[in-house]
Write a protein that binds this ligand. Structure first.
Ligand SMILES: [Zn+2]
Length: 57
């Protein structure tokens, strides 16, 4: 078995499909959960470090 680019052929199956709620391609097929908005969690995935820190100095 060789290392490198030829082994990338294993990544044919999509891990993330289109999310119904946020529209991004972030819905994990195995976990059944969106990596972006947290669907099917009723509350949106939100973190404090997600907000822009331009006012922070
Ligand atoms: Zn989503």
């Amino acid at each position: 078995m060789t290392k490198g680019t030829p082994s990338m052929g294993k990544f044919n199956k999509p891990i993330h499909i289109r999310c119904r709620r946020c529209g991004r391609r972030s819905f994990h097929t195995a976990k059944r959960r969106c990596a972006h908005c947290g669907f099917p969690n009723p509350k949106w995935r939100k973190y404090d470090w997600l907000k822009p820190k331009k006012l922070l100095r």
